[in-house]
Design a protein around this ligand. Structure first.
Ligand SMILES: C[S@@+](CC[C@H](N)C(=O)[O-])C[C@H]1O[C@@H](n2cnc3c(N)ncnc32)[C@H](O)[C@@H]1O
Length: 465
């Protein structure tokens, strides 16, 4: 089918009625039947928007003027909204945000998976207070061209860019992470560490990060540097401890490779422990600098309770937790009645955390292996006895085709798939249904990322007999 020729050109200003929110967070409108995506738009708004690019099938336009605000539009809390790439939906009323998140899951399941999405997808589990929830931050750093000498911009990246937006206060970050921002703003100019420059590859300090325990108030503060030496190390540690007397861990991560990877493989402890503790329900978890941990500690319990409900434990089940991170889901299920759980995770520190977390919580029926799921799973399926539940929680790109085909032919009766990307979720579920004879029973979206367009969902598949 030939794609329609754009009826608009870059620079045109057109009046649009914004209809829906789509994956990625943009609003969609039509102009003479032609699709126009509007980042930052709110469904229900009538706007004047300036076309910024056109493609054979669609264009993209930016709101110049809201002519008539829709009922879902609210004022953004953050003055940087629209500049900072962190939040996409602060101007969408929260009650509407969670409806759209469900709709995005329904659309992906219908369009990509061919499922009757709306019948299977439950209402999104949202937050009562959808602010200050993020337990982890990477504060990006850049030289401020506007100020002389040691002026630094500290904050987050603009959307789809590596330009640093100077952030005074972040409304979705945990208060401790905001205090770390204040501290960096005050101290970094004084320390005058040479900032890393992406274009030349020169410099020492790449970024700063903080992890805060929502339930424990523990705090890790780290600097990511290009080299492992640390000029003024003891002075830095002293200053951090003066400012944060209760700090748990002060670390340095070394990332010497060029490119976008935020952290490197080596982490040095400068003071305190190499991890902080966080609690989910009755369990305590150690999290080290590089380990993945869900960023919303409050909602994670809802997420794991959904996984638990879908696992439908009656006692004694054997469970594999694929992409297990610090072992949180495997341990949650092990503590709630599973007979035996086995986690597979590629990052060695995360596996180490998982093993330590099992010990910490006196859980003896959980084992963890380091490796890629695609390498470990075939042997595991061939050599171990029957598995009752497979839990999958892959990164955004979803599972490797070989993983999905191994699961599809495994005969495991229940599959619980936790996903942060509805498109790859729908793609993988479709294969499991078509090639594996599974039935999609239910999908539960859980809002782990309020004010943003990120969507998390848990799906239950069972084997048809
Ligand atoms: C979305 S996180 C889930 C972690 C954990 N289930 C949780 O809830 O905290 C995905 C995890 O998969 C790991 N990972 C990514 N690719 C992998 C692969 N090919 N094999 C094993 N683990 C992988 C990442 O390091 C990360 O810990």
């Amino acid at each position: 089918m030939t794609k329609p020729t754009p009826p608009v050109s870059a620079g045109d200003v057109v009046t649009l009625d914004l209809e829906v929110l789509v994956p990625g967070g943009e609003a969609l409108a039509h102009f003479g039947g032609y699709a126009i995506f509007v980042p930052g738009g709110v469904p229900g708004d009538r706007v004047d928007a300036e076309v910024i690019s056109t493609k054979p099938g669609y264009a993209r336009a930016l709101v110049k003027n809201v002519l008539t605000p829709g009922s879902q539009r609210v004022g953004a809390r953050c003055p940087l909204f629209g500049h900072c790439g962190g939040c996409q939906w602060q101007e969408v009323d929260y009650a509407a945000q969670i409806l759209w998140k469900r709709q995005i899951v329904v659309d992906a399941l219908t369009r990509i998976g061919g499922f009757p999405g709306s019948e299977l997808v439950l209402p999104t589990l949202g937050m009562e207070d959808p602010w200050y929830y993020r337990n982890k931050v990477h504060w990006a750093l850049a030289k401020d061209e506007k100020t002389q000498g040691s002026g630094i911009r500290i904050g987050l990246y603009e959307a789809r860019s590596h330009r640093v937006v100077d952030v005074e206060h972040c409304y979705i970050q945990h208060p401790l992470n905001n205090l770390v921002l204040d501290f960096l703003r005050k101290e970094l100019p004084e320390f005058d560490f040479p900032l890393y420059d992406e274009s030349t590859g020169k410099g020492w300090l790449r970024s700063a990060f903080a992890k805060a325990g929502h339930q424990t108030n523990e705090l890790m503060i780290g600097l990511v540097t290009t080299l492992s030496d640390f000029p003024q190390e003891s002075r830095w540690v002293e200053r951090v401890r003066e400012q944060f007397p209760g700090v748990t861990s002060i670390v340095q991560n070394i990332q010497s490779k060029p490119g976008n990877a935020l952290m490197g493989e080596e982490t040095r402890v400068l003071w305190g422990k190499d991890h902080l503790f966080e609690k989910i329900g009755p369990l305590t978890f150690a999290i080290s600098a590089r380990s993945f941990f869900q960023v919303n500690s409050e909602q994670v319990e809802r997420l794991y309770e959904t996984a638990l409900r879908y696992a439908d434990l009656s006692g004694g089940e054997r469970i594999v937790d694929l992409y297990s991170g610090t072992g949180t889901i495997a341990l949650y299920l092990a503590a709630k009645g599973a007979g035996e759980t086995l986690g597979i995770e590629v990052i060695p520190e995360a596996t180490r955390d998982a093993i330590a977390n099992a010990r910490l919580n006196r859980i003896s029926n959980a084992t963890f292996l380091t490796g890629k799921v695609e390498d470990r799973l075939p042997r595991l399926l061939a050599e171990t006895g029957p598995i009752d539940v497979a839990l999958l929680d892959p990164p955004r790109k979803g599972c490797e085709p070989s993983v999905i085909s191994a699961i599809a032919s495994s005969g495991i009766p229940r599959i619980v798939y936790v996903s942060c990307n509805p498109a790859t979720l729908a793609r993988d579920l479709k294969i499991l249904v078509e090639a594996g004879g599974y039935q999609l029973q239910e999908v539960q979206p859980v809002d782990m990322f309020p004010q943003t367009a990120h969507v998390e969902a848990v799906a239950l598949l069972t084997k048809a007999h």
